[in-house]
Each structure stands twice: as structure tokens, then as C-alpha cells.
Design a protein around this ligand. Sequence first.
Ligand SMILES: [Fe+2]
Length: 312
Amino acid sequence: MICFGYEAKGDGPPDVCYYRVAPDGKFLEVVWLVAPVVGMIHDFAVTENFVLFPIMPQVCDLERLKQGGEHWQWSPETPFYVGVLPRTGAKPEDVKWFQYRNSFPGHVSNTFKDSSGNLVMDIALSDKNVFFWWPDAQWNAPEPSSIVSQLKRFVTDPKSSNLHLADPEVLQEDNSEFYRIDDRFATQPYRHCFYDMLNPALGTDFPGITHQLGGGYPLYNSLGHLDLQTRKVEVYFPGRTHMVQEPVFIPRRGSGEEGDGYLLALVNNYATMSSELHLLDTKNFTKVQVVILLPVRLRQGLHGNWVDDDKP
Ligand SMILES: [Fe+2]
């Protein structure tokens, strides 16, 4: 298992800990890094030979904490840093902190080495502070409905001495997040990406949902499937009163073909105020196969994995 911790020596200092753990629980290696800023690292990326640490420009200041302030504050002056470290046998001084203009990194879709030896990182990126509830020092925060995250591709030469990242390629124009892939292709070149997306044009009853919620701004009304080879996008829209949570990909039994299987997502039905599971077949993505009505209403939750019952 590959792991990291930020603020790993306590609140305030910029220490990041990278470590690998064997199946028997033994630590294989521990590498302590010093980040250029005390920022939040929510997700990270792994290739066959490197690990990458994307740092959000949400920063911590110990003095502010001591005065009873918030742990995090948006810093419009801070670049988006990406630490690149060899995955095995690294020393702390091997880390390279690449940077891009101030922007907000979200979840990673996949990361891999291309045929030129460059690192390709596909990640959600927004020009705005997605964590708007932690505004900047002047209490500025974007209007939630104005925030858009897109799936973007950064290509980086890990040997480069130029630490400024080139503009990423926009892989998908829609407002999207919570990318899931066929995990058998994690760290490798891949073709299929599944995700949550928000497209108001699909016909969601936003006033009705907001009324049920008692306010706020509901997120993600559909599931997307991006074919990175053809760049074709398929969309599943679960209904006008429905919002989707993060899906999981389930490989079809006996199939080794990338992306061949099912997508399962927890769906909030705001007409019935109940939770549903929607099961899609990735070969017929736009039509639901099964809707499972759950006997309990689940809270908003994030992140899960599918494990076959024939696996330990
Ligand atoms: Fe997350």
C-alpha cells in the first residue's frame, strides 16, 4: 500500500510523509518531504515509478489557528504545486516541486508514463476556490454556482529542470468530478473514464430539490463516460429530481477488456427523499439496467470500492 500524510508532524509545519506498507503491515520505506507551502493535499497520483502530490492553495497558518481562526484559508497568490517523487528508494531531496498558476486541484482520474517518458496526470482542475466555505483573507469566495471543475491533462517531464508546468489539455469540457476508472488499468495508459457531472441543460428540477434541501446548491445531476480514444462522451441522466454520488466501476465477470462491466452509483431521489442504487452497463451507458430502492435514506457520502466476493 502506498500512503501519504500532510501536516504530518502536527498542525502548521509543511512536512509531508510518504510511505509504503507491505501486506504484512511492515513499513517498506518512509520518506519525509518539506512542501513549499502548508497546503491541503486531498488526493495523490501514482505511476509505475513516481508518486505525485498535488497541493491545493488552501493554506494553514499557525498564528491564525492560535487566534482561533480557521485551519484553512484560500490563498489567491499561491501556485498550484505538484510534488514529484520516485516511488521507490527516494531520498527527501529527490522531490521536485513543479508549479502551475493558482488553481484548485480535485480528484485524480489516472496517471501514467507516456511513450516519451513523460508523466501524464489527469485531474480535476478549477480556476476557482472549490472549497468556497474557506474564503481568502478578505473573506472573498466564489458563488458556488459559478464554480466549474474540468478534467485536465498535465504532461510533465520528471527530469526537467523547468519547474513550471505547461498548460494542461482540457479532456472534458463539462463540469465534472469524482473520476473512476477500471482500476486494473491504474498507473497505466487507459481509455475509459467515468465520473459525476453537472449539466443544468439536462432538465433537473433545481428549485424543487433546493426546496427539499432547505437551501444550498445541489451538485452533479448525471454520470458521464469519456472514451479517451474517440473523445466521445456518453451521459446517463437519472431523473429531474435526482442527484448522483460517486460511482464505482465493476468489471464484468470473466472479461479483461478495459472498462467492460458496470457502473454503480448511489443516487439521491429528492421527490421521495430516499436513496437509490442505479446500475449501468458500460456497453449501454445511457439506459439504467436496475434501480435498487434502498430501505434507508443515506447521507451524502464519498469514495468506495467494489470488491468481488470471490476475492479475499
Ligand atoms: Fe476525496
